[in-house]
Design a protein around this ligand. Structure first.
Ligand SMILES: NC(=O)c1ccc[n+]([C@@H]2O[C@H](COP(=O)([O-])OP(=O)(O)OC[C@H]3O[C@@H](n4cnc5c(N)ncnc54)[C@H](OP(=O)(O)O)[C@@H]3O)[C@@H](O)[C@H]2O)c1
Length: 275
């Protein structure tokens, strides 16, 4: 029985993966904010034929834009599991404007990078205990190698949505360099090929709201269909880093000093975390 941890596992593509793994007989830990969504997920998995999903599923409530919640949940995961086979990083809350959390941190940088860094590093030994561990990071691959502003990671001075998004995507590719220091580990940066009919959780402007409300129901892919390529990648992992859009492999975009950038990113996040 595999142990699968899914952040953002209560909704959208994370929930589709959680249901799949419950049907497949795996042990599944879902991290999210809504217990009600988790209960609905269990009911759906059972209706789809999963056997006693409640006995194999665990819900960990957390706001992953908060450092304290990340640390608490990672501690609990470490207490519960000696081995983690699959880690899916799919928590998402789209903010078009800069938002500062109660801890005084930029919310999107925390959710889309710092939280992922903490899960990858904080669970590294649990992943190493698995034979063929896999991390799936749902960050759309392929962005400029110079997208990170190392002097202002939380973009206090010059926040725009596209700048923040590019920076997070680049940082998530660098996170793969740190993760695959475990040579047995498969780290997949994955984004869907098309729009997917999900909740699009977030605080967005009218254009994005209309896209989600009007376009997604019409042309958006079903989340269960969208994650099929992810399921195949998880079932037959290849050690090392790779990037995919849907089922199609996408080239990783190398920069002039990726190793150096990955180290610099790790140092910056560690400094931030230790205060
Ligand atoms: N949908 C698309 O077309 C599309 C396209 C490109 C890339 N993606 C990427 O695919 C991934 C999954 O997206 P999705 O559209 O499936 O997501 P979604 O339906 O919007 O679901 C978001 C998930 O993240 C959780 N979440 C949100 N804020 C959180 C927080 N502060 N702390 C903890 N959990 C939080 C939500 O849980 P609760 O509701 O329980 O809080 C929910 O489970 C994301 O990385 C997204 O950027 C999606």
């Amino acid at each position: 029985m595999r142990t699968v941890v899914i952040t953002g596992g209560t909704d959208g593509m994370g929930a589709a993966l959680a249901r799949h793994h419950l049907r497949a007989g795996d042990r599944v830990a879902v991290v999210g904010r809504s217990r009600a969504k988790f209960d609905a997920l269990l009911a759906a998995a059972e209706a789809e034929g999963a056997l006693s999903p409640a006995g194999r599923a665990r819900f960990l409530a957390a706001d992953l834009s908060l450092l304290a919640d990340n640390e608490r949940v990672i501690d609990r995961l470490r207490q519960h599991y000696d081995r983690i086979d699959v880690l899916v990083l799919a928590a998402s809350f789209i903010r078009q404007k800069r938002h500062v959390t109660a801890e005084g941190r930029e919310a999107s940088w925390m959710l889309f990078l710092v939280s992922k860094y903490l899960f990858v590093t904080g669970l590294a030994d649990r992943l190493a205990a698995a034979g063929r561990p896999v991390i799936v990071n749902t960050a759309v691959p392929g962005t400029r190698p110079d997208a990170i502003d190392f002097d202002d990671l939380e973009l206090a001075g010059r926040f725009t949505f596209s700048r923040a998004n590019a920076q997070q995507r680049r940082a998530n590719e660098l996170l793969g360099i740190l993760a695959t220091r475990n040579a047995d580990l498969s780290y997949i940066t994955w984004g869907p090929r098309n729009l997917v009919r999900t909740s699009f959780a977030g605080e967005t402007g009218p254009v994005m709201k209309w896209t989600a409300a009007l376009l997604a129901p019409l042309v958006g892919q079903d989340p269960g269909d969208a994650v099929r390529p992810v399921i195949r990648l998880i079932d037959d992992p290849r050690p090392g880093r790779a990037a995919y859009r849907g089922a199609k492999e996408a080239g990783l975009v190398p920069g002039p000093d990726d190793e150096g950038d990955a180290e610099r990113l790790a140092r910056a996040v560690e400094r931030m975390v230790t205060g």
